[in-house]
Design a binder for this molecule. Structure first.
Ligand SMILES: *[C@@H]1O[C@H](CO)[C@@H](O)[C@H](O)[C@H]1NC(C)=O
Ligand SMILES: *[C@@H]1O[C@H](CO)[C@@H](O)[C@H](O)[C@H]1NC(C)=O
Ligand SMILES: *[C@@H]1O[C@H](CO)[C@@H](O)[C@H](O)[C@H]1NC(C)=O
Ligand SMILES: *[C@@H]1O[C@H](CO)[C@@H](O)[C@H](O)[C@H]1NC(C)=O
Ligand SMILES: *[C@@H]1O[C@H](CO)[C@@H](O)[C@H](O)[C@H]1NC(C)=O
Ligand SMILES: *[C@@H]1O[C@H](CO)[C@@H](O)[C@H](O)[C@H]1NC(C)=O
Length: 345
């Protein structure tokens, strides 16, 4: 056949003018390259199919039930072996994973708390996933989102190279959690999800933080940037230098509303396995973080955050109209907020 081809080319060489000849030569060369390409491709495909076969065998191994760690019977539903679709857990496949939600309200230290949790090498907390509205449109978008997170297919900066032993997200009460509480409780029960509630004891301090943060959002004193959290003492000082004036007419109703929302949440999710934490307690005593790690059944580690607290002075120095506030709260259910204070070095 090679000879035929040669004759054919020779024929062309003789009959056709040189320019056309070179064209034909080029066409035949192209044809040859194409034939070779198809051949190489078919070898490649065979190898790929072998490769996927090997992958399939791997997955078979993973599918073999992992050994459930020695836990009490009630705890079994909380032990998971996710099988992500976006990557292979490989040597971590049989490392048990716990599912959690950090449930909180704005300006309660949950951002700081989440950085602490994420400093644990086996924890992935994926941030405020439901601050994006379309994800909380209805229960089916919520379930889709949660399924992806708990299957370890939600890839964010919180995803770890290490074996994940606890995966979760931060979910504010006003981000569809309260509205859909019944269906979400069912989901948590079916999926074996635990809740970490994080609240502030002193709701007056939270109120001040909300107002200061709202001010910062418009004034942006840090070089024109809005920062809800800071990493340096200088930045914290600048942000804390703004003193809001609290509307004393609205203060009591606002505190009551915040207080009730927390109570309502604890009632709604009472049947879900949970732990209740207070921001002030974590600041005062880091042993609370040991409780959290015990709750999540993860090995104890020292947890660290680079975030710096913004408001650390006494409360009276953080508002413009302290005397008015004192008058309004005196003798009420919330009077203790005036006195409960803490110092942070
Ligand atoms: C939920 O919202 C999504 C997105 O808007 C929509 O496509 C879907 O039909 C809705 N599902 C239900 C059950 O309402
Ligand atoms: C934590 O991650 C390390 C490194 O990947 C791994 O060896 C260890 O088993 C993990 N711990 C748990 C409890 O999964
Ligand atoms: C406080 O809020 C009330 C109700 O929104 C409003 O009528 C009042 O003017 C506010 N007071 C101040 C000092 O801004
Ligand atoms: C939660 O339920 C238990 C009993 O199931 C009850 O004793 C407790 O008071 C409830 N707590 C709240 C906050 O509703
Ligand atoms: C922190 O809390 C633990 C247990 O709750 C307690 O034993 C310890 O003394 C506390 N430490 C400080 C510095 O308050
Ligand atoms: C609270 O009110 C009582 C009397 O009603 C008064 O004696 C006390 O000084 C007030 N306290 C503050 C902190 O204003």
């Amino acid at each position: 056949m090679a000879d035929d081809l040669c004759f054919f080319i020779k024929d062309m060489l003789i009959v056709r003018p040189p320019v056309k000849n070179s064209l034909v030569l080029r066409i035949s060369l192209l044809a040859f390259v194409m034939v070779c390409g198809v051949f190489m491709c078919s070898i490649g495909l065979k190898q790929i199919s072998n490769f996927t076969k090997a992958g399939f065998i791997d997955i078979k191994v993973v599918d073999k039930p992992c050994e459930v760690p020695n836990v009490e019977k009630w705890e079994r539903p909380y032990v998971h072996f996710p099988n992500p679709t976006t990557f292979n857990r490989a040597e971590c496949a049989c490392n048990p994973v716990r599912y959690f939600v950090i449930s909180s309200t704005q300006r309660s230290g949950s951002g700081w708390f989440e950085t602490l949790l994420n400093s644990h090498m086996n924890v992935s907390s994926n941030g405020e996933i439901f601050s994006v509205k379309p994800r909380r449109t209805n229960m089916s978008t919520i379930v889709d989102t949660l399924d992806k997170i708990y299957n370890l297919d939600w890839l964010t900066s919180a995803s770890k190279n290490e074996c994940t032993a606890a995966v979760g997200l931060k979910w504010m009460l006003n981000q569809g959690l309260m509205q859909n509480h019944e269906a979400i409780v069912e989901y948590f029960k079916a999926k074996g999800v635990s809740m970490i509630f994080l609240f502030r004891r002193n709701l007056l301090r939270r109120r001040i933080s909300i107002l200061a943060n709202a001010y910062d959002q418009s004034a942006k004193p840090l070089n024109g940037k809005h920062k809800s959290h800071v990493h340096s003492h200088d930045e914290a000082k600048i942000l804390a230098s703004y003193k809001p004036t609290i509307n004393t007419t609205l203060l009591i109703p606002e505190l009551k509303q915040a207080d009730n929302m927390v109570k309502q949440a604890l009632e709604y999710f009472n049947s879900t396995r949970h732990i209740i934490l207070y921001y002030e307690d974590i600041i005062k005593n880091h042993t609370v973080l040991e409780d959290v790690q015990r709750f999540l059944r993860i090995p104890q580690m020292e947890l660290k955050s680079r975030q710096v607290k913004i408001h650390k002075g006494p409360l009276r120095e953080q508002v413009e109209n302290w005397d008015d506030i004192k008058k309004v709260l005196n003798g009420t259910l919330y009077e203790s907020f005036l006195h409960e204070d803490y110092k942070v070095s």
